[in-house]
Design a protein around this ligand. Structure first.
Ligand SMILES: NC(=O)c1ccc[n+]([C@@H]2O[C@H](COP(=O)([O-])OP(=O)(O)OC[C@H]3O[C@@H](n4cnc5c(N)ncnc54)[C@H](O)[C@@H]3O)[C@@H](O)[C@H]2O)c1
Length: 342
């Protein structure tokens, strides 16, 4: 924790589902002196700015290379198809940047953004909030301390209670890029292993938008890591009981789970077991709000002043490669090596 940081002047681009949440967190943060909201829909930015008592501006003004607003940081919460270009612009202006996941929709754009950030030596953070979750942090510590022995298998899942709006699906990159990329990132972070091969399958049920966009409503990916650890990563856009995120880790000396908390939307039907005791998680904001708060706090106190990033563009590129390998596996109905993703 860095306590000697001066308050910042920040702009937040993209006032949609997650942008509104980030705006609320930033507007209430003691290290944010000035917050400017911008969206390609200026009305949307102006309305949220009025609600939160902060400013709004046009996107072109925020991204003006002369920096007329004297900003010292940028938060990007726009649609995924804009992330790489906006990161390159931020590197050109020299604004330390927090950008939502995934870094881009394809590897070429992602590598271009990574190169621009590294060449400009720009402090940056890619938003993978699970790195700030107490459960995932404990799981990582257990593995590091050898308390599970040698990790042999895992099972991860991310399931939404209802699908996103149809309009969101075409630009999202599909479920592996949009949703399971969180599982891929956190698996690398918790286990310290690299994925070397995937086999992905699934089905497109419910909204026609899934089939029309070559996307899955429900999916399973089988992953193999560089040390032989194997596991599966599930997703669903129709997990009626609630928002569910889990990671099971099975080692030679013990097993551990992240996400089997009192609100997990998963009931036990065994005699004498009353689990879970509380109402299920509704959505990702309810489940992860404290993590988004910690992540933005880390950006303001550490990344923006040049301390090591908790999630670099390089990390985001590795998670993206696993998602892209899943897309290739889906399209070609075969196991795909990560080394094929070039
Ligand atoms: N970390 C997480 O858990 C998490 C959760 C949800 C979404 N996300 C990511 O956040 C991003 C946004 O998702 P969302 O669900 O909020 O989408 P959304 O469609 O609700 O909102 C995106 C907003 O960005 C605006 N916009 C688009 N292009 C812009 C540009 N060039 N400049 C300024 N504004 C622009 C749109 O008008 C819209 O208001 C996506 O990349 C998504 O993957 C991350």
């Amino acid at each position: 924790m860095n306590d000697s940081v001066q308050p910042h002047s920040l702009a937040l681009l993209g006032i949609g589902r997650i942008g509104i949440m980030h705006a609320r967190i930033l507007a209430a943060h003691p290290l944010v002196e000035r917050l400017v909201l911008a969206d390609v829909d200026p009305q949307r930015a102006a309305q949220t700015a009025a609600e939160l008592g902060c400013e709004s501006a046009l996107v072109e003004v925020v991204l003006d290379p002369d920096n007329p607003l004297s900003l010292d940081g940028l938060v990007i919460a726009t649609g995924t198809d804009t992330h790489a270009d906006l990161l390159i612009t931020a590197a050109t202006i020299g604004l330390p940047t927090y950008c939502e996941k995934p870094i881009a929709l394809d590897l070429e754009q992602a590598l271009a953004a990574q190169r621009a950030l590294e060449e400009a030596r720009l402090p940056h953070h890619i938003g993978f909030q699970r790195r700030f979750d107490a459960g995932y942090t404990r799981a990582r510590q257990l593995l590091e301390a050898g308390e599970l022995g040698e990790l042999r298998r895992f099972h991860a899942l991310t399931c939404d209670p209802q699908p996103p709006a149809d309009r969101f699906i075409p630009g999202s990159g599909g479920v592996f890029l949009d949703c399971n990329v969180h599982d891929f990132d956190i698996l690398r972070w918790v286990t310290g292993r690299e994925v070397v091969e995937v086999y992905a399958t699934g089905s497109a049920r419910g909204s026609k938008a899934f089939a029309e966009n070559n996307d899955f409503s429900d999916s399973v990916a089988i992953l193999t890591c560089d040390d032989g650890t194997v596991g599966s990563v599930h997703s669903s856009r129709y997990n009626g009981q609630g928002y569910e995120v889990r990671l099971d880790l099975m080692g030679t000396q013990g097993s551990a789970n992240v996400g089997l908390d009192n609100r997990v939307p998963f009931r036990s039907v065994e005699d004498g077991v009353e689990f879970p005791p509380e109402a299920p998680w509704d959505d990702f904001i309810a489940r992860f709000l404290p993590c988004y708060e910690r992540e933005l706090d880390h950006f303001l106190r550490n990344t923006m002043v040049g301390l090591p990033s908790a999630c670099t563009a390089g990390d985001a590129v590795e998670a993206l490669k696993i998602a892209l390998a899943c897309n290739k596996s889906r399209d070609e109905h075969r196991p795909v090596r990560i080394s094929e993703i070039l």
